[in-house]
Design a protein around this ligand. Structure first.
Ligand code: HEM
Length: 524
């Protein structure tokens, strides 16, 4: 992943961009996401908010544990130990505070000092509605109310058809206990190294069954993809299909993280944190349980990489395979956005790292790329975040579509695709969380109305059968991706392709605040 458009050279410098992403160094180059103690003073109660909502941990490894409640009282107690501040008793849930607060400083660390290194692990916990019931919160808290959050209460399986989880992706085909009602609690452990992963994973496994609190019913691992550079394995921020990810980040007004410029209005905190200022929901009751919480859709998505590569090659008579890959996503596979460089992934002079997300599709005066000659209106990125593009429901050019924004926290699973072994039969994909305050108005809206439908594009008439070519649920008899051409030339029409992804598991989860977890553990 290199951002000066000359692919890969940066990977040689372990202290370079990748060192910055996955390295232990907490301080990074200016203008990009950092964890300096000096981060702009956020007005949000960072110590009460689970870290992954507001921060990208940029750790190369993750393990997700799915637990079912066995003994409710013991399970509630155990959750309380994950926020009691005593690392020696149990690994502690990571908050959104700067690194060095809340973690036992390493030997010789002076807590007052600016952090010199990231912690070895980060821990977070989320609960499904059946989990809240199994923890007896519904029984013990008569005032309990999630009235604005019907999707969360109904669950991912019941809502699958709204987001394209049909056919091979249908809930009855999901793995483990997902969607069965015994999928109660997801524990997510990020780690900097295999040693740290083993250490903290073993500690957690031992804890889960204490007092017969929980039973672990499934686990899976994600890991940043490796690439061999000069004979040495190097971590990348590539995702399956060969794209560079982790460039478009969602800036939250008065959040703790600063991202590179992106022409977009910062998002209001209530879009990702349950806050009283919200415009389209009431904070769940009681407030101790609801405030500063959030919702996350956990998803495990399998990717048909060989199918995707064959698809690119099978259309090379119509369009260069790498250009097609770029048109499908909205970025060339090295991360360069079509909006800034429609002809090549290596524009002369390159594009600086901090400019890779600094583009707009349609400016307030209607200029830019309204017809999608640079980046197709139907491309993945332009569907999932149309930025200033006028769309159904928001017809102002250059306007904001922030009410449907998402925060993505994921990592690939399975090894990097090896084109010399196309049919190695190894499953690959992405797993992680899509974070939002309203699952209905953000996650479901994006997948239901923008990814799997084409009415969204307002004045730009897309083929009504057209869906997101990369992640849409396709019927090969109807699938179509039209690539507009300049000078009145007819669009290049790509048809007959199937879905390139399959949902393997999904869960609608509540990310309780630290106060909420203490509230749950004090329910006796
Ligand atoms: C295997 C499945 C997927 C792959 C390979 C994929 C790949 C990508 C890539 C390469 C980018 C551009 C990188 C960046 O700008 O940071 C991107 C952006 C994005 N994707 Fe996906 N994606 C997948 C599934 C999804 C799903 C299921 C959703 C939402 C429900 C989603 C939402 C987004 C969003 C919101 C952006 C940022 C767009 C922006 O802010 O401009 N993606 N995705």
């Amino acid at each position: 992943m290199s951002h000066d458009t000359s692919p890969e050279p940066r990977t040689k410098e372990s202290g370079g961009f990748l060192g910055h992403i996955f390295g232990h160094r907490a301080h990074a180059n200016p203008g990009h996401e950092t964890h300096p103690g000096s981060s702009a003073k956020s007005t949000l109660d960072l110590g009460d908010i689970q870290g992954l909502i507001l921060r990208g941990y940029r750790m190369p490894m993750v393990r997700h544990f799915l637990l079912t409640v066995k003994t409710p009282a013991a399970a509630r107690q155990l959750l309380g130990r994950l926020v009691n501040g005593d690392e020696s008793d149990a690994p502690q849930i990571t908050t959104a505070e700067d690194w060095h607060v809340g973690f036992a400083p390493g030997p010789g660390d002076n807590p007052a000092d600016l952090p010199r290194r990231k912690p070895d692990y980060c821990l977070n916990v989320s609960v499904t509605w059946p989990g809240l019931v199994a923890l007896e919160i519904k029984d013990r808290v008569p005032a309990l109310s999630f009235k604005s959050f019907g999707a969360f209460v109904a669950g991912a399986a019941a809502r699958g058809s709204l987001v394209g989880d049909t056919g091979a992706s249908a809930p009855q085909n999901w793995i483990g206990a997902f969607g069965t009602g015994t999928d109660h609690v997801l524990v997510t452990l990020h780690a900097m190294s295999p040693d740290a992963m083993k250490t903290y994973s073993d500690r957690l496994s031992a804890l889960f069954s204490q007092g017969n609190a929980f039973q672990e019913i499934w686990r899976t691992d994600g890991m940043a993809l490796m690439q061999i550079v000069d004979g040495k394995p190097v971590l990348t921020s590539k995702v399956p299909f060969g794209y560079t990810d982790g460039i478009s980040m969602t800036t939250i007004r008065s959040g703790p993280e600063r991202y590179t410029q992106d022409h977009q209005e910062p998002c209001e905190p209530w879009l990702f944190l349950l806050q009283d200022e919200a415009e389209n929901y009431f904070v769940p009751e009681p407030r101790e349980l609801g405030l500063n919480g959030s919702f996350a859709v956990f998803k495990m998505i399998e990717t048909d990489v060989v199918g995707f590569e064959n698809f690119l090659q099978s259309n090379k008579d119509k369009i260069d395979p790498e250009l097609l890959a770029a048109k499908l996503c909205g970025r060339w596979r090295n991360g360069v956005p079509l909006a800034l460089s429609p002809e090549t992934d290596s524009p002369p002079g390159g594009i600086p790292l901090e400019q890779l997300n600094n583009f707009e599709y349609v400016n307030a005066d209607g200029s830019g790329d309204p017809r999608g000659l640079r980046c197709p209106v139907g491309a993945h990125m332009r569907r999932v975040n149309p930025r200033g593009q006028p769309i159904t429901g928001q017809s102002q050019a250059g306007g904001s579509n922030n009410t449907h924004r998402l925060i993505r926290r994921g990592l690939p699973y399975g090894p990097a695709y090896d084109p010399t072994q196309p049919y190695d039969g190894i499953e690959r994909g992405i797993l992680g969380y899509f974070i939002n305050s309203s699952i209905e108005n953000q996650y479901e809206f994006v997948l239901g109305h923008w990814v799997n439908d084409s009415e969204f594009a307002g004045a730009v008439r897309l083929n009504p059968k057209a869906k997101d070519p990369m992640i849409g649920t396709q019927d090969p008899y109807e699938s179509i991706f039209a690539i507009p051409q300049a000078n009145g030339a007819p669009p290049i029409k790509i048809t007959g392709f199937s879905s390139f992804i399959k949902t393997k598991a999904a869960a609608y989860c509540f990310l309780p605040s630290i106060t909420a977890i203490k509230f749950i553990s004090n329910l006796g």
